[in-house]
Design a protein around this ligand. Structure first.
Ligand SMILES: Cc1ncc(COP(=O)(O)O)c(C=O)c1O
Length: 388
């Protein structure tokens, strides 16, 4: 795997060595069960408490408001199903944005079968939800609004503070999926009336298979797993201690390094935008440039939309990893149209043809230059085949 250029950090990130080092003692020597009362257990419990404090601090929450999960998918499932079933007596209507991750959208499809009514909010050409437009969708039956903090395909960052305030004014819970944004841009639940928030570790140079749901004190929600009563009785199962320790360390590092890293990633992204604009005819960008996650760029080449998979495969052969959409959508057969690109106004053909480049902590400026050289070479050779 050495010498490859990895530009798919929205799918997952490499683990930081410092995270690995923090986890290592808990994978072998410190193996106690955090629920055991002997020294092996209590030491591990203490470490877990510290990790919970650390993650809570990173979000502006209290430790008792953080429940660890197996990842973002589980936390999103829990937020939506847990609120829906605990608050059914108040209403059966939920509002989500139309560009949510599948771990929200597919839960909504399932909830519809259970008798819930779901409104899918439209977004503008940059992928932004207009907070002022939400009011007209709210009914006395509305119990939850869920809008992701930042999108995984185009990187658009939503005005979640405004949406959360509107929800609160109406007595409606607000959930946000912050899997893509956490650690990259500031987020603080003590400054914004967010009731539930999803995060995970593998997007921030931490381990896979661990995440968390922030649940504001007083929120009425059903538990996700019934059993021995771990995680304040809300999610029973023996805790994934190495994962939890790694998650907290990863969050700490992201917060410490956020500002310089944000500037560095944005510089590289701007450089790539300039190179593509100047060097590739017909290139266009999907999503806004202003309210966008650092280092995220989603673009298409006019007339080549149907060839995006071929482009990505040829880049792969050349040693460069990029994505044609979200990593999860590649679990579908074939090359489906992206629901995100369609929501921002692309037609179904255009919505099949994007390249997503997402840079990260270990991306070097030279690699952006190499990516640009390769993609223009491949584009030129494909164009000459098609226009012969
Ligand atoms: C926005 C968003 N939400 C949720 C998830 C799911 O997270 P996990 O892979 O930890 O289940 C992802 C990961 O792809 C994501 O990008």
């Amino acid at each position: 795997m050495t010498n490859r250029i990895y530009l798919d950090h929205a799918a997952t990130t490499p683990m930081d060595q410092r995270v690995f080092d923090a986890m290592a003692p808990f994978t072998m020597g410190m193996y106690g069960n955090a629920s055991s009362m002997h020294t092996d257990g209590t030491r591990v419990h203490e470490a877990m408490d510290n990790a919970r404090d650390q993650l809570a601090g990173a979000l502006g929450a209290s430790a008792s408001e953080i429940c660890f999960t197996s990842g973002g998918t589980e936390a999103n499932n829990w937020a939506l199903k847990g609120i829906a079933f605990a608050n059914r007596h108040r209403g059966n209507h939920i509002i989500v944005s139309s560009i949510e991750h599948d771990s929200v959208l597919n839960v909504c499809q399932w909830l519809m079968k259970q008798g819930f009514r779901i409104t899918f909010l439209p977004v503008d050409g940059e992928g932004m939800v207009d907070p002022l437009s939400i009011e007209k969708w709210i009914s006395p039956e509305t119990i939850l609004i869920s809008v992701m903090h930042a999108n995984n395909e185009i990187g658009t960052i939503q005005p979640i503070g405004d949406i959360a305030r509107l929800a609160h004014e109406k007595g409606i819970y607000f959930h946000t999926d912050a899997c893509q944004s956490f650690g990259k841009v500031p987020i603080n639940v003590s400054k914004q009336p967010i009731d539930l928030l999803t995060v995970n570790a593998h997007k921030i140079y931490g381990p896979k298979g661990v995440g968390a749901l922030y649940i504001r004190k007083g929120v009425v929600i059903e538990p996700i797993l019934h059993g021995g009563g771990q995680e304040m009785g809300m999610r029973s199962t023996t805790e994934n201690i190495p994962g939890i320790i790694g998650f907290a360390k990863a969050a700490e590092l992201c917060l410490e390094e956020m500002e310089p890293e944000r500037a560095r990633l944005n510089d590289m992204r701007n450089r790539l935008v300039r190179l593509l604009e100047e060097g590739i005819e017909g290139v266009y960008f999907n999503g806004g440039q202003e309210h966008c996650l650092p280092g995220y760029l989603n673009f298409s080449i006019s007339g080549m939309e149907g060839e995006s998979i071929r482009l990505a495969l040829l880049l792969d052969e050349a040693g460069i990893s990029v994505s044609t959409g979200s990593a999860c959508s590649s679990n579908h057969n074939g090359n489906p149209s992206s629901h995100v690109l369609q929501a921002i106004g692309r037609n179904p053909f255009e919505a099949r043809g994007a390249i997503r480049v997402t840079m990260g902590r270990f991306t070097k400026t030279e690699e952006i230059g190499i990516f640009y050289e390769k993609i223009s070479e491949i584009n030129q050779s494909l164009t000459s085949i098609f226009h012969r």
